[in-house]
Design a protein around this ligand. Structure first.
Ligand code: NAD
Length: 507
């Protein structure tokens, strides 16, 4: 799709209403989802959600606030203490198997909705199907895999001692907008597999796939009240959920700044907390790497989803002897990518999600040059045919040093910062020269180098000779300012459970 660059137009179309519904799921204002039905917000407020490719209003969503969060938490508590608590692990497992079947049948509809709402290319959202199905299947298996221990004791008499694991109760989940199609399934599958109940607060700029998901869960036979959704804004709906005294565990995906507030709010009733935050992940390319594999992978680890990926390898560390070649190859790769409306199957990159995100990304790019960096490719907002949407060229910024803002802060856009290094020690020092610790990548043909980097990089997930492989049985994690708590792996289910120590006097 053709695209041209120039200055942003004034009065960007933020308030036009779409004339015809663009997806059968979007009909009129979309309600909150409480106790198995769609309901208006108590204050009857709504807000617009935009199509980032056109800037037009895609639909309207109920604007939930404190009273709505109260209602949703009450529904989740009643469900937790009601019939849901008598569902056996096998019952929950077969429910997840039905969910798997429905997702398999209806994924195209979900992917289309996500592309309209988030802007991500339809090839990308459709391509997430196998990951979503694998997540659901993995958690279906985990329902019957929860075990305590029988423990020896030194007590007098005949006393049997063991531990049991029990569901924590009501989970509050404040979600990010950047990848809801995956994030929502990580969350609800853990909730269902463990026997908890939940209230979800989606990211306000991309809530539609979460609302679609709860209708699908109802169709699969999930009892009313087990999973509820309150759409709305962070400082109101999100904050009310994070502080709610009847929420037992809070799961948060989003920025470190909000993460701090979530952790502080959890103290009121000692909620269990999982915070999955941002990143500034290093992707390290050594001179002996296979560049035919490394360059496209490094590029797409940032350009995919227009850079709105928590694990994006946004700091590309390149050994000096191949630095210029890598920058050239990256720039050629970036210039060859097609940017446009995500509904076009020929498109590689869609828009970023909002005007705010666009301004933020352009601010980082424009701010890098006065600090001494060079824009080697891209660097502009796309206008022409794409002027009404929020499109940014895939961008390569070189001559970056570790102290520059573009090397320190999360851009969350299609922007790669390239930093040179001389040897392994410097590569490791630069890789760890960040307050974040979400992920990292290493490209080398030397196993010894790879393993030293794997051990040395302080991050929750490290990839060698790939970037972004993910299996729910292995999971992903975080370190430092990127937060704590694992997604996937048996450890994830454990986080929805608490342990009871049981003493039985047998005499
Ligand atoms: P954000 O922190 O602005 O918002 C995240 C969520 O928190 C939204 O639902 C928002 O409404 C809510 N929120 C905002 N203020 C709140 C408050 N005061 N109290 C309670 N809730 C509040 O982040 P964002 O811009 O929506 O998301 C992008 C960030 O998420 C990036 O930093 C990205 O790296 C991170 N992210 C991390 C992961 C991971 O797994 N580590 C995954 C996806 C996104």
């Amino acid at each position: 799709m053709a695209a041209s660059s120039a200055q942003a137009p004034k009065g960007h179309g933020m308030t036009d209403l779409a004339v015809t519904p663009v997806h059968p799921f979007i009909k009129g204002p979309m309600g909150l989802w409480i106790d198995g039905r769609s309901v208006e917000a108590q204050a009857e407020k709504v807000f617009d959600t935009l199509d980032p490719a056109s800037g037009l209003v895609l639909g309207q969503l109920a604007q939930g606030e404190t009273a709505d969060v109260d209602r949703a938490v009450r529904a989740a508590r009643v469900a937790f203490e009601g019939t849901w608590s008598r569902w056996t692990p096998y019952d929950r497992q077969t429910l997840l198997m039905r969910v798997h079947e429905l997702v398999d049948q209806r994924f195209e509809e979900m992917a289309t909705l996500e592309t309209l709402d988030l802007g991500a290319p339809i090839t990308r959202t459709l391509g997430l199907k196998s990951t979503v199905l694998q997540i659901i299947a993995y958690y279906a298996g985990q329902t019957t895999n929860v075990a305590g221990e029988t423990l020896p004791n030194s007590l007098p008499g005949a006393v049997m001692t063991m531990t049991l694991k029990a569901p924590l109760g009501v989970v509050g989940a404040v979600l990010a907008w950047n990848n809801p199609l995956i994030g929502e399934w990580w969350t609800v599958c853990g909730v269902i597999a463990s026997g908890c109940t939940a209230v979800l607060k989606p990211g306000e700029v991309a809530s539609l796939s979460v609302l679609y998901m709860v209708e699908l869960l109802r169709d699969a036979g999930l009892p009313d009240g087990v999973v509820n959704v309150v759409t709305g804004f962070g400082p109101t709906a999100g904050a009310a959920l994070a502080a709610h005294p009847d929420v037992d565990r809070i799961m948060f995906t989003g920025s470190a700044a909000t993460g701090r507030r979530i952790v502080a709010a959890s103290a009121s009733n000692m909620k269990r907390v999982q915070v999955e935050l941002g990143g500034k992940s290093p992707d390290v390319v050594f001179a002996d790497a296979d560049l035919d594999r490394a360059v496209p992978s490094a590029a797409m680890s940032v350009f995919s989803n227009s850079g709105q990926l928590c694990v994006a390898g946004s700091r590309l560390l390149v050994q000096r002897s191949i630095h210029d070649e890598v920058v050239d190859r990256l720039s050629t790769f970036a210039s060859g990518l097609r940017v446009g409306n995500g509904m076009d199957p020929e498109v590689d990159l869609g828009p970023v999600v909002s005007q705010q995100q666009l301004d933020r990304v352009m601010g980082y790019v424009n701010g890098a040059v006065p600090q001494g960096a060079t824009v080697a490719a891209g660097g502009r907002r796309l206008l022409g045919d794409l002027a009404r949407g929020f499109f940014v060229e895939p961008t390569v910024v070189s001559a970056v040093t570790s102290d520059m803002t573009i090397a320190r802060e999360e851009v969350f856009g299609p922007v790669i910062a390239v930093l040179p290094f001389d040897d392994e020690d410097e590569a490791l020092r630069l890789a760890n020269d960040t307050e974040y610790g979400l992920a990292g990548g290493v490209w080398t043909t030397k196993l010894s180098t790879a393993m030293r980097m794997v051990h040395g990089i302080r991050a929750g997930t490290v990839w060698v000779n790939n970037y972004g492989l993910m299996d729910p049985a292995v999971g992903m994690s975080g370190a430092k300012l990127s937060g704590y708590g694992t997604k996937g792996s048996p450890a994830h289910i454990d986080a929805f459970l608490y342990e009871k120590c049981v003493y039985i006097d047998l005499e």
